[in-house]
Structure formats: C-alpha cells, structure tokens
Design a protein around this ligand. Structure first.
Ligand SMILES: *[C@@H]1O[C@H](CO)[C@@H](O)[C@H](O)[C@H]1NC(C)=O
Ligand SMILES: *[C@@H]1O[C@H](CO)[C@@H](O)[C@H](O)[C@H]1NC(C)=O
Ligand SMILES: *[C@@H]1O[C@H](CO)[C@@H](O)[C@H](O)[C@H]1NC(C)=O
Ligand SMILES: *[C@@H]1O[C@H](CO)[C@@H](O)[C@H](O)[C@H]1NC(C)=O
Length: 746
C-alpha cells in the first residue's frame, strides 16, 4: 500500500487492506486471466552468457501454447514482464488451471497471483540538523552525483523542485530512460522517468504522492514554499544535489501492482540507481514469498541501498511490513512545527489542534456546536449529515469510517456547516494532521475530543469557535513516534529488531502535482501530508548523503552508521514519546531511535555485513528451497554454515531467552580515528544479565575490525514471560556507538 496517510486515516488503511484480502480470496473461478508472478530455475546452460532474449524464450516455454475455449490470447501476449535482475522469473496472465499445469514443468519453482500493494518543507532538513554551507551537508556535497530511484506514483516534471539549476549531468554509469512524450521533460535533476503497466502510458504523477516523496528525497531549492501561507519557507530535499530516477508503479485508482514493482526494481538495478526508495508495501510475510525482499536482495548484492516505509498500521504490535535485514525499515515521527488551530468552547476551554487551512476572516463569535453521533454519523458521511440540521454550525466529526478528513470537511460544508472539529479515534491518540481543509477546521487528539464530547453532553446549547494561530516552530517534545507508524516485533524474522529507525513523517510539506488552493497561476505547488511514506524518502536522502561522503561504505555500513548514532531523546533531552498514548517510546516503536544525519556521517565504528554473510543467516531461518529462491542459486544449507538470526552482524540485538544463557558475537570496523579505544557500557534489560568480552576494544588502524562476544542470561529463572529492552554502547573520546537490545523472556 502507498504509505501516506494523506487524508486517509489509518483505520481506512486497515479496512481497505482487509477488503482487498477478501477480494483476493474470493476471486470467482470463472475469472479468465490474472497476472501471476512466476519463479523458475535458471536454464541449465551457462548463466553468465544468458541474454535477455535467451531468458525470454526460456520463460515462454512455461506458458500455455494452445488457446483454450475461454482464453483466446496466445503465449506472446500472456507474458507481461520478463525479469532479468530481480530474479529468474516472469509475470504472465494465466488462469488458475494454467498456473497449476505449469507446476509439472521442469525448472518451475512457484507461481501465485500478484498482489496489489498500496502506497502506505521545507523545514524537515533544518530539523534534521542540515544547514546551508555547514557541517554534513557541505561535507557530503549535498549528495552530488548520487542517483536516488523512487518507486511511486510518478512525477510532476515542470515543478520548480525538479529544476536542474546547479546540477551536474548524470554520472556516466546512468543507463535509464525518460519516457515522457518529450525527453526534454527530463533534465539533470530528473534524469529518468519510466512507467509500467498501470502507469496510463505516462510517468506523469496524477496523485501527488510520488511528487511529494521525490522532492523530499532530493528536491531542489524553492523559496517561499507554503500551503495557504502556512509553514512558509524554502523547500528543499534532504540531498539537494542528488539526481532523481522515477519509476511509476502506482496510481490512485489501481494501487501498486506487484508485477510493476518488480519490473521497476529490475530496471533500477540495470539503470545504475544508488539508493532505492519504496514508500509502499504489504504486511509481514516470509522473505521467500516477499517479492520486494527478493528484489531488494539482488539490488543489495549490487551495492544498492534500499529504504522502505515500515507501514501505517500502528500502533498495533507486529504491524510492520518490509522487514528483511537487507532493507532499511523506516517508521514515522513528528517534527517541531505545528500549524495551530484551537477549538475554543463556550465554557472557555481551549484545545489546540492543527489545520493547514487558516482563514483570516473566521469570526471569533461563538457558533452552535453539534455532534451527529454516536448513532447517527460520527464519521460525517454525507448521507447521514443530510438528515440533521448543521446549517451554520460547527460539527464535531470522528476520523475513520473509510472517509478522509478533507472529505468529511467537504461533506460538512455541503450540508451547510460553518466549520468542523475532527477528533481522533482512541488508538490514534495524539497524532494530528494539518490538512489542507476546504472549510475552517481543526484536528484534535482523542483525549481532547472526549473532553469536547463531555462539554457537549453537559449543556443544552453547546457553542464553539476556532482560533487560527498560525505556524509555530520549536515544539520541544519533537520528535514523537506517530501513532500510525507500524510497530515491531518483526514477525518474518524475530531475531532481527525492526523498525530500524524513525524519521520525519508527520505533516511534511513537499511538492505537489497541483495547487491545493486551486490557484492555476503557479506551478510552485506544495502540500502537507503524513505517513511512513514521507519518512522513508527522508532516510533515502540521508543514505545518499552518506554514500556521497563515504563512497566505499557498503549498504550495511551506511545502515549501521544511521542506527548506532540515532537519538533516543527529544529536543528537551527527555525520552522520545509515542503519540498513541504519550508514553516513552520503546524499541518496537522507534528501533534505534530518530535519525541524526550529522552524527551518522562520523559514527566511529560500523557493523558491516557482506552479501555472503546473509547465507548462513538465511540457512538458519529457512530450508534449502526457500534459501535458493532468495539467493537465486542452488543452495544446500548442509554445505554452508548456518547461524541463528540474532548472530547476523546487525547493529541491534533481538534475543529470545529461556533458562539457558545465549551468546552472540559481533564484529565492528573502525571508520573513525586510526588509534582509538572504546569501552562498553551496558544498560541491561530488566531481568537480564548482559556481559561483554572484551570490555575494551583498542584499534591501531583504520578499517581494522575487532570481534566481541555478548552473553545474555536470565537473572531470576521464575520471571513471567515478557519483552524487556536495553542498550549496548561502545564509547570512545569522540564517538558513541549504540545498539538497542530487545529480549523476549520466555
Ligand atoms: C514567505 O516568506 C517570504 C520570505 O521568506 C515572503 O517574501 C513571503 O511573502 C512569505 N509568504 C507568505 C505567504 O507568507
Ligand atoms: C454523554 O451522555 C451520554 C448519555 O448520558 C453518555 O452515554 C455518554 O457516555 C456521554 N459522553 C461523554 C463523552 O461524556
Ligand atoms: C496562540 O499562540 C500563543 C503563543 O504563540 C499562545 O500564547 C496562545 O495561547 C495561543 N492561542 C490559542 C487560542 O491557542
Ligand atoms: C552474569 O553473567 C556472568 C557470566 O556471563 C557471571 O559471571 C555473573 O556472575 C552473572 N551475574 C549475575 C548477577 O548473575
């Protein structure tokens, strides 16, 4: 799913997901042809000499040759995509019976109908500590020469965020294409733009999501960017000198089809993309049937960094997608900016909410306040609003019910309402959307909504008004984990802690495909939206900056640098909180913590992982057949070494602990000062004894690596089963290299 909340609430995300699942499982038998994703073995001949044409004929040999009575299409038109880089396999239109018949062919591995996945300022670079001409931005040369690829809804090529002023031509390795009607619509910023089956024949963005994520990752500078005058400032991406390669795989109406995503990953590997950003995904699944994970594995082997959104299914436990250890899994958090709109009640109580539409002329006189629910229409759908008198009143609506907050506002306005207060459902807690509403409105927390409801209950003639208080910067409680951000534990691989990191994903202002203010006179259009879709491209930009500053770092080293330097405290130096209940966030909410790009540029030590290191990890997790699918070669795990998941050289620890002690090793590589010494500090999970040997690591040269051993044991054998978290930190005079620990005490 496209992981932006946009105007859509998390509840809808969940509902639509279930709805999709129902559609998928009840496809009528008579359905003619469905696109299937088919994995096959490599042909017996020398793999190295295989051309795309050879592969195509190998793939075609699996397709039905004779047309049946109901299916008249021939084999050529059945083949939708021939995959070359992501895995040996293809996408083809098949009936259920034909897919079944294929199982008998030599070389067949698996086939299943494709899934439709969904798409889950300006100020955020400053919030991340990136400043013009200073520090990390200058040291990384603003990501110059790097190519960030985005799989999304396309792009708005003439938006000033994608101007190529100040940009160099793309690097020589670039092999991508510009599939706009005129190639001149691409430039040295937007170096490639492609579309796939669902793209309506153009890479043009007709949704906004792709334009927003691309400008967040690498948009050029645009002065005076704002929405209705709010959040006014210079809009710029995290890596303003990086190039953009756009792969349109999603549309508003059709979502993101798996065959298109794989074709785009296949192309991005070929084209020479450095960092791939996917603000989309599905739920948790084993990696050998997770085609994004399989494609990402191939990309990682080629040195590509893959950044994915964690999902918008929070705050529920185990709600993550994109969980593979070779992917960076990004959760969403707030920034320190609020676009304030306060609900003022007839009893003088004031509840601060947010809205991007702030009419200057809204009267301060009290208006009647009405709550259409609970039996009628708390979610403010138009049918039910028509049955009550809302003329000239302020209507209290509740989020969800499959209707976006902006649509609820449209409904209230159409029914004659004067304004809207929209309150969260309980699970959404304190995460607020500063939406570009069509009428005077404010979005308040669940807790404040309950108080407003109690006030409405307490009087015969409740009244209210909304006070628009403009943009404020400096919320010291930021960053906070957004309630919608998907949470661990990692169901696909419990021995790897996920999410890895959180980054800005709430009320992010970035480029938009049209004017939300209906102003036809400007191409400089912006919108404020939320989702892990928005946090993912922030981290893609950070990865590009790091790769630019450290061209020799592997994807795993870049990830390690990002994770071990993350912040676990907010701007006022207190523990980062979770907005679902205003409690301190745990490592299932935020992984290692909030990204700190400048610190990541100089981490001291990194936990590196080479592609071959994943083989024993995968052999510990799966059988030969599953491992072979992921690695795209015949693997016999009995001939390889095999390790428990938690033994992978990951920059965090996720341990299951029974009555026996468990012991893992980690290897750290010195990327700081040649002569340096680190001492270990342990904040042990409660109930757990953690010992580290040795407790000092002394380095005498750069890129030297040293191994240490960590032993975990239960302190009291009778403790009840629970999760317990802690941290392990290596500190030198200059660096602090910190790893979160989660222990599942059983
Ligand atoms: C935005 O800020 C710029 C100066 O930074 C100013 O010239 C412009 O008028 C502002 N726009 C709005 C709508 O406030
Ligand atoms: C409002 O009053 C009704 C009926 O007395 C009660 O059921 C409901 O819980 C009250 N709501 C609040 C938020 O106090
Ligand atoms: C508006 O913001 C100011 C601080 O900038 C604050 O003191 C005031 O209480 C706010 N007004 C309302 C009604 O929220
Ligand atoms: C913790 O474990 C170490 C061995 O790993 C052991 O020497 C020590 O006594 C243990 N401490 C406690 C309090 O159990």
């Amino acid at each position: 799913m496209i992981m932006a909340l946009k105007a859509i609430s998390t509840l809808i995300w969940i509902l639509s997901f279930q709805f999709l699942a129902i559609i998928c499982s009840s496809l009528p038998e008579k359905t003619n042809l469905e696109i299937h994703i088919v994995h096959v073995a490599a042909p017996d001949a020398q793999i190295a000499t295989q051309s795309l044409e050879d592969l195509k004929s190998w793939y075609s040999s699996f397709l039905p040759t004779t047309s049946t009575s109901s299916n008249t299409e021939g084999s050529a038109s059945r083949l939708v995509y021939s995959y070359y880089n992501v895995f040996t396999g293809f996408a083809a239109k098949l009936s259920k019976e034909e897919a079944k018949a294929m199982e008998k062919k030599k070389g067949f591995i698996s086939a299943r109908p494709q899934e439709i996945l969904s798409l889950h300022t300006t100020h955020s670079p400053t919030f991340l500590g990136l400043q013009q001409n200073l520090g990390f931005w200058a040291e990384s040369n603003y990501g110059k020469g790097l190519i960030i690829g985005l799989l999304d809804t396309g792009i708005t090529p003439d938006h000033p965020s994608f101007s190529d002023e100040g940009m160099s031509p793309p690097p020589a390795k670039w092999k991508g294409e510009c599939e706009f009607s005129s190639a001149s619509m691409c430039n040295n910023k937007l170096i490639g733009a492609r579309y796939f089956q669902a793209g309506n024949g153009t890479p043009l963005d007709e949704d906004g999501h792709g334009t927003h994520t691309a400008s967040t990752a690498a948009g050029n500078y645009v002065k005076a960017a704002n929405v209705y005058g709010n959040a006014n400032g210079t809009a710029v991406g995290v890596a303003p000198l990086a190039h953009l390669a756009i792969y349109k795989v999603c549309t508003t109406d059709t979502g993101c089809s798996e065959s298109d995503i794989l074709a785009a990953m296949d192309a991005a590997i070929e084209d020479g993309v450095d960092v791939l950003s996917l603000s989309l995904g599905g739920g948790s699944r084993p990696f050998y049937i997770d085609n994004i994970a399989i494609g990402a594995y191939r990309a990682m082997e080629r040195g590509m960094f893959i950044s994915c959104s964690a999902g918008n299914s929070g705050p529920f436990s185990g709600s993550l997608g994109n969980e593979a250890p070779w992917i960076l899994t990004v959760g969403a958090s707030t920034i320190d900016r609020k676009i304030r709109a306060s609900a003022i009640l007839g009893n003088n109580e004031v509840y601060e909410g947010e809205s991007a539409f702030q009419p200057m002329n809204f009267p301060s006189t009290m208006l009647p306040l009405i709550y259409p629910g609970p039996n009628n229409a708390p979610d403010c759908r138009s049918e039910s609003l028509n049955t009550i008198d809302v003329e000239g009143k302020i209507v209290l609506c509740v989020t969800g019910g499959g209707i976006s907050a902006i649509t609820k506002g449209e409904n209230v306005m159409a029914a004659g309402g004067a304004a809207m207060i929209i309150m969260n459902q309980e699970f959404q807690g304190y995460t607020l959307s500063a939406d570009a509403h069509v009428l005077p409105a404010t979005h308040v927390s669940y807790a404040d909504g309950v108080k407003i409801l109690a006030y409405i209950n307490s009087t015969n003639s409740p009244t209210a008004t909304i006070f628009f208080n403009g943009t404020a910067i400096g919320d010291v409680r930021a960053p906070m984990v957004a309630s919608f951000s998907s949470r661990g534990p990692n169901k696909a691989s419990p021995g790897i802690l996920k999410p890895d990191i959180i980054g800005p994903g709430v009320n992010i202002l970035a480029a938009w495909y049209r004017s939300v203010e209906n102003n036809p006179n400007t191409k400089s259009t912006f919108n404020i939206i939320s989702g892990t879709s928005m946090s993912c491209p922030h981290l893609s930009g950070v990865a590009a900056l790091l790769k630019s500053a450290h061209p020799d770092w592997s994807p795993a080293a870049i990830k390690s640098a990002i994770m071990t330097t993350a912040n676990r405290v907010n701007l006022e130096n207190k523990r980062i909180e979770d907005q679902s209940q205003l409690q301190p966030a745990n490592v299932f909410d935020m992984g290692a913590g909030h990204v700190n790009p400048s610190a990541a540029n100089n981490p001291g030590l990194v936990y590196d992982i080479k592609p071959e290191d994943y083989v024993p990890y995968l052999c510990g997790l799966y059988n030969d057949r599953a491992v072979s699918i992921i690695l795209q070669r015949q693997v016999s795990c009995s001939m390889e070494s095999s390790i428990p998941e938690a033994q992978l050289n990951y920059p965090s620890f996720s341990i299951v602990l029974g009555s026996n002690l468990v012991r893992y090793t980690r290897t750290v590589t010195n990327v700081g000062e040649a002569d340096s010494s680190y001492n270990v500090q342990i904040a042990p999970p409660s109930g757990v004894n953690v010992t580290v040997k040795p407790s000092t690591l002394t380095f005498s040269q750069l890129n030297q690596y040293l191994t240490y051993e960590v032993t975990f044991s239960k302190l009291a054998t009778n403790s009840a089963a629970h999760f317990s978290q802690g941290f392990l930190t290596w500190s030198s005079a200059k660096h602090s290299v910190s790893s979160p620990i989660i222990v599942n005490l059983i």
